[in-house]
Design a protein around this ligand. Structure first.
Ligand code: SF4
Length: 570
């Protein structure tokens, strides 16, 4: 029987609780958002005593369903002031599920820097003062050598300890690479609780219980077969998400020079094709890598230097777009080294990339200067004034430097898709309850859906609304986004995913299951934000996207505010 694990950091106490009816059959984002909306006062200080930090494996974690084990990290965001869920691949979600834990709720503040170890026998509190200021790479090596290979580590770097609003939460993959729940400053929430790391040890775990194992296996097999038959999979398996660089640059939507152009003349040297070529010449590089057991795509990678020393794993599209083209940094090694530095400090590469570009526009460093950008991010770890500015995100940086063009919504930077070309994505940026977020509903053109025109100024809100409930459901199931994309082009596959959920939970699930789940998640998130004081006035893109024509297309974001406001009217 699954339980909720509630950990009181102030008093070093923990208890296992029966899952209340309100949280039954929920997981991932659905569970974190429900708990936060029920248990956190909406107007509380996100870095104060009353905020909670919630970890939740998805509904399908550790089942035979493909790519099933994203870990959701939820709380009130210090970056946006909204409700927040950020999720990550890695091994922790599967381990928690095998330990029969539906969610972990951290409350209060530890009196001194602490680690928590979760095993089949309960929770132990371990002093972590000796790890103060330690980067994620060193910490992971140390904890692995102290606690063995049967663990997963969820941790923060100096960024989280310093309460920087761009701080992320690191989650280790089965081979102890770093994956990140990056967005919204959830690492700062963890830091505000004096929680340096959570070690999950699956040794002797009872394993998962499902309602109908045979049906689950059959549905998971059909789902996997369907996903792998989609044409996108070949590209993703070969080049991973960096394949998007050439595609989005070709569409004129690659953020360049702080969103002042949609095409970057240096795009070729940060493209997936170039990365693949580079990796094929470097020892120990891997063009494919799995961030979790059960992944059938392996979109990730290991990027090494010329000597074969790992720089980072994995180097992804959003980092290439925001640290690369958006800052006009065309040297792939520079982007990779900045990615490693952000991983070590525990910072969101997207928010940091956006902040650096704003700082470049503000004149404190030159466009394209990767070495200067690296040095400035290093300062974030040291806590200098400039470093703290960058570590506080693009809105803070822009205000501090008097920059007018700040690409953010509700305080969170946009992702690497310009909303003047991809207008459905623009509606998602504007209306997503968690600030500008690409995973919440990215409306990309697809050959399987030739009638969808991403540049049209009408008809974008229904597309965004549909994608937002769909991905809210996917984030609740814990399925990786890339495994969920084929279902959008091949809706017939949805019945297999729904059958997986029904067989895992024993809950009856009809064809409306995903919609009902996704809509209920969005409603609980909106309820929290409404009570926190957010209104439709906050659901707007910055004015420059509406007024400034984007070269080379000349497009502006011209979806009317009236239409934008209908996106999440369910
Ligand atoms: S497809 Fe990529 S992100 Fe998804 S589970 Fe596999 S490696 Fe992780």
């Amino acid at each position: 029987m699954k339980k909720l694990l509630r950990i009181d950091l102030s008093n070093k106490k923990f208890q296992y609780e029966d899952v209340p009816v309100a949280y039954a059959n929920l997981g991932g984002r659905g569970l974190t958002s429900k708990i936060v909306s029920e248990e956190v006062p909406p107007r509380t200080d996100a870095l104060g005593m009353e905020n909670k930090l919630v970890f939740a494996p998805g509904i399908l974690a550790a089942t035979p369903a493909p790519n099933n084990s994203r870990l959701s990290v939820g709380g009130k965001s210090p970056l946006t002031g909204t409700i927040k869920e950020a999720n990550s691949g890695g091994a922790a979600a599967q381990m928690l599920a095998k330990l029969s834990i539906q969610g972990v709720i951290f409350e209060g503040v530890a009196p001194a820097l602490t680690m928590v170890k979760i095993t089949k026998d309960g929770v132990t509190f371990i002093p972590a003062e000796g790890f103060k200021g330690m980067g994620n790479y060193g910490l992971i090596d140390k904890l692995k050598s102290d606690h063995g290979n049967t663990i997963s580590i969820i941790s923060i770097g100096p960024g989280g300890e310093k309460l920087l609003k761009t701080a992320s939460v690191s989650v280790t993959s089965p081979d102890f690479k770093i994956r990140m729940a990056s967005r919204g400053g959830m690492g700062a929430v963890m830091g505000s609780k004096n929680l340096k790391a959570v070690i999950v040890d699956e040794s002797g775990a009872p394993g998962i219980e499902v309602a109908d194992a045979a049906k689950l296996k059959e549905a998971a097999g059909d789902l996997t077969k369907g996903i792998l038959s989609h044409p996108l999979m070949e590209g993703l398996k070969a080049l991973g998400t960096p394949l998007l660089v050439a595609m989005i640059n070709g569409a004129g939507a690659l953020p360049t020079k702080n969103y002042s152009s949609g095409q970057f003349e240096g795009a070729q040297t940060i493209s997936g094709e170039y990365m693949f070529e580079t990796q094929s010449k470097r020892p120990n590089s891997q063009a494919t890598h799995r961030c979790m057991a059960g992944c059938v795509i392996s979109c990730s990678n290991i990027y090494t230097d010329e000597q074969g020393q790992e720089i980072v794993s994995g180097l992804e599209y959003e980092t290439l777009g925001l640290v690369g083209s958006n800052c006009m940094i065309s040297n792939l090694d520079d982007v990779a080294r900045i990615n490693r530095l952000c991983n070590d400090l525990g910072l969101d590469t997207m928010e940091i990339g956006a902040a650096i570009a704003v700082a470049m526009e503000g004149g404190i460093l030159s466009w394209g200067d990767g070495k200067a950008a690296y040095a400035l991010i290093e300062e974030a770890g040291k806590g200098t004034e400039k470093g703290t500015m960058i570590g506080s995100g693009c809105l803070f940086t822009g205000k501090k430097l008097g920059v007018k063009r700040i690409p953010q919504v509700k305080g969170q930077s946009l992702a690497a898709y310009d909303p003047r070309v991809l207008k459905g994505t623009g509606v998602t940026y504007a209306t997503c309850p968690m600030g500008a977020d690409h995973t919440a509903g990215n409306a990309l053109p697809s050959p399987a859906n030739p009638t969808y025109n991403p540049t049209a100024s009408t008809g974008q809100a229904p597309v965004s609304g549909f994608l937002q409930w769909y991905f809210a459901a996917i984030d609740s199931l814990g399925i990786c986004l890339f495994a969920s994309l084929p279902l959008l082009d091949m809706p017939d596959l949805m019945k297999h995913l729904i059958a997986c959920a029904a067989a895992a939970t024993g809950q009856a699930a009809d064809e409306n299951y995903l919609m009902n789940l996704g809509v209920s998640v969005l409603k609980s998130e909106k309820k929290f934000n409404d009570a926190a004081g957010f209104t439709t006035k906050d659901d707007r893109l910055p004015e420059f996207f509406v007024k400034e024509q984007l070269p080379p297309s000349g497009l502006v974001f011209d979806v009317s505010e009236e239409e934008v406001d209908t996106a999440l009217k369910f």
